[in-house]
Ligand binder design. Structure first.
Ligand SMILES: Cc1cc2nc3c(=O)[nH]c(=O)nc-3n(C[C@H](O)[C@H](O)[C@H](O)COP(=O)(O)O)c2cc1C
Ligand SMILES: Nc1ncnc2c1ncn2[C@@H]1O[C@H](COP(=O)(O)OP(=O)(O)O)[C@@H](O)[C@H]1O
Length: 279
């Protein structure tokens, strides 16, 4: 995880700001960042719903420092009060970059025309950014991920959807009856729909091809699990911070009548994942 470095950059040096929520740091957000100058920064307004790139993990996706504001602390401000706050905190601010749908202040009552009127500087407004005719928004990406449509979600993100977790103890059945897996505990991130996914797993900064299962282990103990099997490598048991990048869903979660049936299916899933990475 890249540490937030906004504490190292004085707000006094900032000359341009991109403003918004920025959950996902998706390709429309990146379009806004293209308009920042070398003393640019990101002003991220936290509504509490960021599950694609929770606050702690967002800096990884931009070279610009990110300054966070809690929505409930600023949402009562009138338009001129918000701009006054910006001018006080960023005395050199000359340029504000926002998207076509940006609104702010009390009751979201201030939008682009008011921003242009109140702010004595340049206002850059980015038109609605689409990919394959799909408007790119975090809520749309969340829907694709929740439906297991990672290929489209990744296209809109312009990167593979990635979650962070820590290793927890599993049932101890994997190595004996199926294949060895790392069991994960994941907080804060939106989890893809239950099923089996082609993934890459990062352990100690090294990336491995992998296959990941999410869902209730309906064939064994019934409990919800996130488990990843590393392809082509034996890894030692350790207390890793784990990152999983999702590429593609290959099937739904399923109840098998026997452990042998599930094992054969898992072996076939593994072959499918290996083929995917070969091509
Ligand atoms: C690629 C893969 C696919 C899996 N598919 C299913 C499934 O369809 N249904 C199911 O009940 N469990 C599935 N599992 C989970 C297994 O039940 C689980 O790995 C096993 O119970 C071992 O759990 P443990 O690591 O906690 O010991 C899958 C696991 C992997 C690695
Ligand atoms: N598809 C898009 N095209 C252009 N600008 C966008 C788009 N999506 C978001 N923005 C802009 O990016 C900033 C962050 O917006 P935010 O509301 O966090 O994004 P989202 O709509 O993805 O939730 C805002 O200034 C917003 O207007």
């Amino acid at each position: 995880m890249k540490k937030n470095f906004s504490t190292l950059v004085s707000k006094n040096t900032i000359t341009s700001l991109a403003i918004g929520g920025f959950d996902g740091m998706h390709c429309a957000h990146q379009e806004l960042f293209k308009h920042l100058d070398e003393n640019g920064a990101i002003l991220s307004i936290e509504s509490g719903y960021a599950t694609l790139t929770p606050k702690k993990y967002r800096q990884e996706y931009s070279k610009y420092p990110i300054y966070y504001y809690v929505l409930k602390d600023i949402k009562h401000l009138a338009g001129d009060e918000f701009i006054k706050l910006l001018k006080e905190q960023y005395p050199k601010l000359q340029k504000i970059v926002v998207g076509f749908d940006f609104c702010f202040g009390k009751n979201r009552g201030y939008c682009i025309p008011q921003l242009k009127e109140i702010f004595e500087g340049e206002v850059v407004v980015v038109d609605e950014f689409k990919i394959d005719n799909i408007p790119v928004h975090s809520r749309t990406i969340r829907e694709y991920i929740s439906n297991g449509e990672l290929t489209i979600a990744n296209k809109l993100l312009n990167k593979e959807y990635k979650i962070y977790g820590t290793q927890i103890k599993g049932q101890g059945l994997g190595s004996k009856s199926f294949v060895p897996t790392i069991n994960l505990k994941v907080d804060d991130f939106l989890l893809p729909q239950a099923g089996v996914y082609i993934t890459k797993t990062i352990l100690d900064e090294k990336e491995y091809d992998s296959i990941t299962f999410l869902g209730h282990r309906v064939t064994t103990d019934g409990s919800y699990a996130i488990e990843t099997h590393i392809l082509n490598s034996d890894i030692k048991d350790d207390e890793y911070e784990i990152q999983i990048k999702f590429f593609k869903k290959i099937r739904d979660n399923k109840k098998f009548e026997s452990f042998e049936g599930l094992k054969q299916q898992i072996l076939s899933d593994i072959n499918e994942a290996k083929d995917y990475f070969l091509n």
